[in-house]
Every structure is written in C-alpha cells, then in structure tokens.
Design a protein. Structure first.
Length: 599
C-alpha cells in the first residue's frame, strides 16, 4: 500500500514538473508582474494559414498608412523639421514593402509572441525578434534621419537607449534584451529597481505566466489565444488617483512645475494629495471593476471578437433581466443590408441614473481629482425628471433598416430607401406629438396593426420619395421609398429583444462598400471646395504658412485620403457581412462582433 502511495506521489510530481517545463522562462509573459493593472498579449502564435490571410489583409492597408505618415510629416515640417524627418524615415521603412518585407528588414518576428503591459501604470512592450541586429540597424536608420542619436546607458551588463521628455516628466527606454525588443515609457530618472525589472534583469516575484490569469480569462470568456487583453480598474484607479505610481507622480510633478512657473504657487502645494483619494478610487472601481477583450474566432474567413465590461452586481441586475419591446432588436436573420437596433428604455434608465445621482449627493466625492463628478451628477439629477415627459419618457428604442443607399447624392446625407422604427409604450401619443410639431401630419390616422397609411404630399416632398406610416402595439414605423409599405407590417412584428439585450447590428459587405464610396465622394467635394477657397485667400502675414506650404500640405492630405479610401474599399470588397450585438448579463456588459470574409 505504501509502495503504491509513493508511486502515485512520484507520478504526480513528475506530471507537475513536466507541466512547469512547458513554460518558457523567456516568454514575454514571464516578465509581466502578476498584479499588472493592464495587459494585452498572445498566449499562442497564429497558425500559418491564418497568419497568411491576415498579412494579406494588412498589406492592403499598408499604402494608406504610409500616405497618412507622409501627410503627417508634411504637416510637421514647418513647426518641427527634426520630427518630420523621423516620421518620413519611418514611412520610408514601409514604402514599397509588404508587412513581411518590413519585418525582415527590421528584425521583428511575425511568428513571435508579444506582451503590452504595465509596470504599475508605466507601459512596457515586449516583442520577440527574429534578428536583433536588424532591429538595431532599423533604430540607427531612424536616428540618422532624425539627426540626433538617442542617449545610451548601461545597467549591469545591459545597454539601452533612452530619450528624456522633460515637459512630461517621462523618458522613453528602448533596448534589445536577448531576442526581445523592450520599449517602455518610464518616469524620468527611473529608480533602479523599476528599470531593472522593466528590462528583465530582475524578475517579478510572481509573473502573469505563473499566475495564469489570462489563460483563465480566455477560458471563461471564450477568447482565442491569439489575443487576450484586460484592464483592471481595481488596480489602476488607486495608482492614478493617489499618485503612488512612479510614472503618474512624475507626470503630475512636471505639470505642477509648469503651473508653478506661471502662477508662483509652490509645487508642494499643487501636489498635495488627499487621504480620501484611495478609498474613493476603490469606490469607483467597485462599480466597474474591469474590462477585457479578445478574439473568439480568427481564421481566413472569420474575425470574431468579444468585449466584456464587468459591472457591480446592482448595476448589472438592473438591466440583465430587462426585456425591451423593440421590434427587430431580437435575434434572427435580417433581410436589410443595414439593420441597426438600439434599446433606449428611458423609464428604466431614468430610475437607474436617479439612484446614482442620489448616491453621489448623499456621499459626495472629496478627492480633488473627483470633485467635478459631484457637479456632474447634481446636474444629471436635476435633468432626469424632464425625461419623464411624454413622448420622450415613453421611448423604448430606435431601429434603422436600410435597403438601398445611393452614392451620388449631392446633399450631406445619402439617398436611401428603408424603414425607421421608434419603439414606445404609447404609439398614439407619439404620433399626436408629431402631428403637433408637423401640421402636415394632422390628417394621418395610423391605427394599431392596421394597413400602412401613405403620408401627405407635403411630407413626402420633404423626404423626396413616397413614404408610409404604420403603428404596432409598441412602435411606430416609417417606410421611405418605393415598395417599403409592403415591408412595414413584417417590420413591426419582428422579434423584440431578449432579456438584457441592448443593441444589434447587421451590415452587408455591399452596403459597407456603398457607405465608403459615398464618404469618399463627400471627402473629394470638401477637398475641392477648400482648394477653391484657398485661391482667394489673402497673402499670409509673417510667420504664417506660405501658399507653397499650404499647397504641399493639401496635396499630401489628398494623397492620404485617396490611399485611405482605396485601402478601405479593397477591404470592403472582401467583407461578406458584419454583425454585432450587445447585451447585459448578471456580471456586466458583453459586446460581440462577427465579421465574415469572402473566400
């Protein structure tokens, strides 16, 4: 028996050691403190097929991103020529290349792991490199273009580059540590322990890899391991509001020094902290403890994501069981290329926010950084009773379903056909209010669940096409455009929301492309109008941009806009459909998106 027990114990020990051995001690997450307030990282690398598909998508966007950087460099030229050269050099690293080509020339490993996280509130980025020497060469090229080399320093045997930002009280630290790039924004003259841990010379007492928090989060929320992120307000807010975080303290000191130079107020007075800040930070964080995000599916034809916002129990339960009677808010295949539904249960929202305003009034914030909230909630409390006045007080939600979208409109809005639905607990009252505001509607008689009623010519003249109105038990529906009257009855009987459902959206790839084309034409029209106006401008005074500079900037902006729309339209050509949904559970708000791409 004892032999068997020893054998089992030995087996368990071997299994534990084997599990530990699978953890890479040099993985980015092995350097992340377990109590970091925020983090985004990949827990596993993409498979080859998915990586190729995403790179192809990124390569479509690359020309527009280069054009944006070049336009920004042109804008900087007059005020900061050094920075303009740096941005231009960065753009040149991408120009004419694919993402793969850029990665090869700069040493970034497209099959590597990364982690963006906080050493306290100080942001740190760790990215695995395929060629550290290539990365050093990339930085050297940027330094040459900038005309200034970054300062260098050594701690232990580790050399790093740094650039102090005096106005902000911070410094940029950049290093190659082993086969990883480490970039961080730290307080100026960062303390040695913080600098050593940032660079990885010292390890955290417990790492996020040891803690397994992201793995647990991914399992709980259904996030795939390609990207998982979390922002923990219970850790972050106390650091920010109390000034106990080194980076926050350095930034605040720099701000106070600048203010003191202008006002004469001693810096020590400007930096006084209140003992109320720590408990009040915890008070707020308890209401919204954390947020997280991640992909739930990522492959060549699907890009699905999820965002979670944790809420205090009383907040979540105030809405998780609420069923909003808005036709179309419920699940089901939409026949409209664009279909958006938003729950606006004014009565429930008024009750909730009134309770929050009363809570703040009963216990106002004393922390100096939060006292503005007292006034904001007081104004909110005063305004809320007005929202009870009909018809606004009876609103339940809004739905817009578009069947067509014209791209040739000369007005600020595109031509369209579709339906607009207003959910309300009193459709007759809403119609009566509309008739008071628009006398032309006075003759309209829309009975509940009756046939749609054609709107008078005075109204359709404003809309530019035939229109109809129909009423249901909990909504009014307006149909605009030929044939929309036949769709109104079905629209009013579409499924309403499930308990907790707050929003739903569907967008077809074709409609997405139509929106982009309309926006591009409007952008071109505005640019042409601006160029025409600039011809009539008076000569610039001393110190103002010259016509040549303005022309160069306009040309750069036009190129940026053209490249940006070209990239977006190329992306839209690949989109089959985009769906999104938001609901409230007993633990918080969940937003999901589902993008389907064409083969």
């Amino acid at each position: 028996m004892q032999s068997r027990t020893r054998f089992i114990a030995l087996g368990l020990a071997c299994a534990a050691l084997a599990a530990c051995s699978h953890k890479d001690k040099d993985a980015p997450l092995a350097f992340v403190p377990a109590d970091t307030p925020y983090v985004a990282a990949n827990l596993a690398v993409l498979d080859d097929d998915t990586r190729k598909a995403l790179l192809a998508q990124a390569n479509l966007q690359l020309p527009s991103q280069v054009a944006q950087m070049e336009a920004y460099a042109t804008r900087l030229q007059a005020s900061d020529p050094d920075a303009a050269r740096l941005v231009q050099a960065f753009a040149a690293e991408y120009k004419g290349k694919t993402v793969e080509g850029f990665a090869q020339s700069t040493g970034f490993d497209l099959k590597g792991r990364f982690a963006l996280y906080g050493e306290g509130m100080a942001p740190v980025l760790r990215v695995e490199l395929s060629d550290p020497a290539a990365f050093d060469g990339f930085v050297a090229r940027l330094e040459t273009a900038y005309g200034k080399k970054l300062d260098t320093a050594t701690i232990g045997k580790q050399t790093y580059r740094l650039h102090v930002l005096p106005a902000s009280g911070a410094e940029l630290v950049l290093a190659v540590v082993g086969k990883q790039m480490v970039g961080a924004l730290l307080p100026a003259d960062a303390a040695t322990p913080l600098l050593r841990q940032t660079l990885g010379l010292d390890r955290p007492a417990k790492s996020l890899q040891d803690d397994g928090r992201l793995d647990t989060l991914a399992s709980d929320k259904g996030y795939a391991k390609w990207l998982v992120g979390q922002f923990d307000l219970t850790r972050a807010l106390p650091l920010v509001l109390t000034g106990s975080d080194p980076l926050v303290a350095a930034v605040e000191k720099a701000r106070a020094s600048a203010e003191s130079a202008q006002t004469g107020e001693p810096v020590a007075n400007l930096l006084k902290n209140s003992p109320d800040c720590a408990p009040e930070a915890s008070r707020i964080a308890a209401r919204v403890p954390a947020m997280s995000f991640g992909y739930t599916r990522l492959d060549a034809t699907h890009q699905d994501a999820r965002f979670d916002l944790a809420l205090a129990d009383d907040i979540a339960k105030a809405f998780s069981g609420l069923k909003v009677e808005l036709p179309g808010l419920g699940s089901g295949a939409s026949t409209a290329p664009f279909d958006f539904s938003l729950a606006l249960p004014v009565a429930a929202l008024r009750t909730f926010w009134s309770a929050q305003a009363e809570a703040v009034a009963a216990k106002p914030f004393a922390c100096p950084m939060l006292t503005d909230l007292n006034d904001s909630f007081a104004k909110l409390g005063d305004a809320l009773p007005k929202t009870a006045i009909p018809p606004f007080g009876n609103l339940l939600g809004l739905r817009v379903a578009l069947d067509t979208l014209g791209t040739d409109s000369t007005s600020s809005l595109p031509d369209f056909t579709g339906r607009i639905v207003l959910g309300t607990s009193d459709p007759a009252g809403l119609l009566a209010t509309g008739q008071m505001m628009v006398p032309a509607l006075a003759t309209v008689k829309a009975a509940a669940n009756a046939a749609p009623v054609a709107l008078p010519k005075d109204v359709t003249g404003m809309l530019g096409q035939p229109s109809w109105l129909a009423s249901g038990d909990k909504a009014l529906a307006l149909g605009i455009g030929p044939g929309e009257d036949a769709k109104l009855a079905g629209t009013l009987h579409d499924a309403s929301g499930e308990p907790g459902q707050m929003a739903r959206m569907h967008l077809s790839g074709a409609m997405y492309l139509d929106w982009l084309k309309f926006m591009e034409k409007k952008s071109d029209s505005l640019a042409a109008a601006a160029a025409e106006m600039s011809k009539n401008d008076e000569p610039p005074a001393n110190g103002e941009p010259s016509p040549a500079n303005e022309a160069a900037q306009a040309a750069a902006d036009a190129a940026r806009s053209k490249a940006q729309f070209a990239a977006m339209e190329a992306q839209a050509q690949r989109v089959d459909g985009i769906d999104a949904e938001m609901h409230v559970t007993d633990s918080g708000i969940v937003v999901t998106s589902h993008t389907t791409l064409k083969q």
